[in-house]
Design a binder for this molecule. Structure first.
Ligand SMILES: Nc1nc2c(ncn2[C@@H]2O[C@H](COP(=O)(O)OP(=O)(O)OP(=O)(O)O)[C@@H](O)[C@H]2O)c(=O)[nH]1
Ligand SMILES: [Mg+2]
Length: 259
């Protein structure tokens, strides 16, 4: 009589497969935008995860995301209660995204100015194209890109800011203010994103500068930028000035070998 082969007792747990793409979204009072945004991002494919980094928004944005995260393992929430800021939140989001082990990390605003439908194009360029790159910008300044929705004054400010940043930092891109970007995970690791120092929106230029300085290729894909439809902008004149100052500080740190 033949004895049946016993079933192996010990089950080896296979580690969960890392997501292909992690999208990081900092939020402050985006309760009207975050739901539709999550719907569109998750519809891009099963390999897409989203990390929302919320600074304890008074309008309860974080609560909506927490409810969603409890139902969907592809949604993650970082609920920050101290040290508020667009830059701090961006940094924490990148660190958490890297820990999930994806090939690609996307960053974008929550206010639907950055349309999720462009993400596949950004990623395609990241993986292939005429030149190898480690960062792709969704760009209003690239041929075919648009900033159509905005008033003349706001567009003029954006243009001047771009010129100033390009000259001071010497970065060879047309849209230095774009916070809609696709990163290879290795790029973020190489520029040591965990050590980012900008507390506010200047994180956008800090990381752009560090990437260019590291000799990593940067490409731009045209996008149409839409004005926010719900909620209020968090950009103030004070933040704008701080941002310009941070750009000078970046250059200075770089010149004096402290970056
Ligand atoms: N976690 C966090 N997110 C922030 C903070 N400030 C802004 N954000 C988010 O960062 C993104 C960009 O901020 P916006 O207020 O849209 O700034 P902006 O795009 O320069 O200005 P508008 O074009 O007028 O909307 C949005 O998703 C905001 O919700 C903050 O202090 N903490
Ligand atoms: Mg905005």
């Amino acid at each position: 009589m033949q004895t049946p082969t016993p079933e192996p007792e010990a089950r080896v747990d296979t580690p969960p497969r890392p997501p292909a793409v992690v999208v990081t979204v900092p939020t402050y009072n985006e309760s009207q935008n975050v739901g539709p945004l999550l719907d569109e991002l998750l519809a891009l494919g099963p390999g897409f995860h989203v990390i929302v980094i919320d600074d304890d928004s008074p309008d309860g944005t974080w609560r909506l995301v927490a409810e969603r995260a409890a139902r969907d393992p592809r949604v993650h929430l970082i609920h920050r209660r101290a040290d508020r800021g667009r830059g701090r939140s961006g940094r924490d989001g990148f660190v958490a995204a890297i820990a999930l082990g994806p090939e690609v990390v996307v960053e974008m605003d929550a206010d639907l100015s950055h349309q999720p439908r462009y993400i596949p194009q950004l990623i395609r360029r990241l993986h292939g194209g005429p030149t190898p790159v480690g960062l792709v910008l969704g760009s209003r300044g690239a041929p075919g890109g648009k900033d159509a929705d905005r008033g003349l004054a706001r567009r003029a400010i954006t243009k001047l800011a771009n010129l100033y940043i390009r000259v001071v930092l010497g970065v060879p891109v047309r849209d230095c203010n774009s916070g809609f970007r696709a990163w290879k995970r290795e790029t973020l690791e190489r520029i040591r994103v965990a050590e980012t120092f900008s507390a506010g929106p200047a994180i956008v230029q800090e990381l752009l500068f560090k990437t260019a300085r590291a000799g990593i290729g940067i490409a731009e894909v045209p996008i149409e930028f839409q004005n926010r439809r719900h909620g209020a902008s968090t950009l103030t004149f004070g933040k704008l000035l701080t941002g310009y100052f941070t750009v000078l500080e970046l250059r200075w740190k770089s010149l004096t070998g402290r970056l």
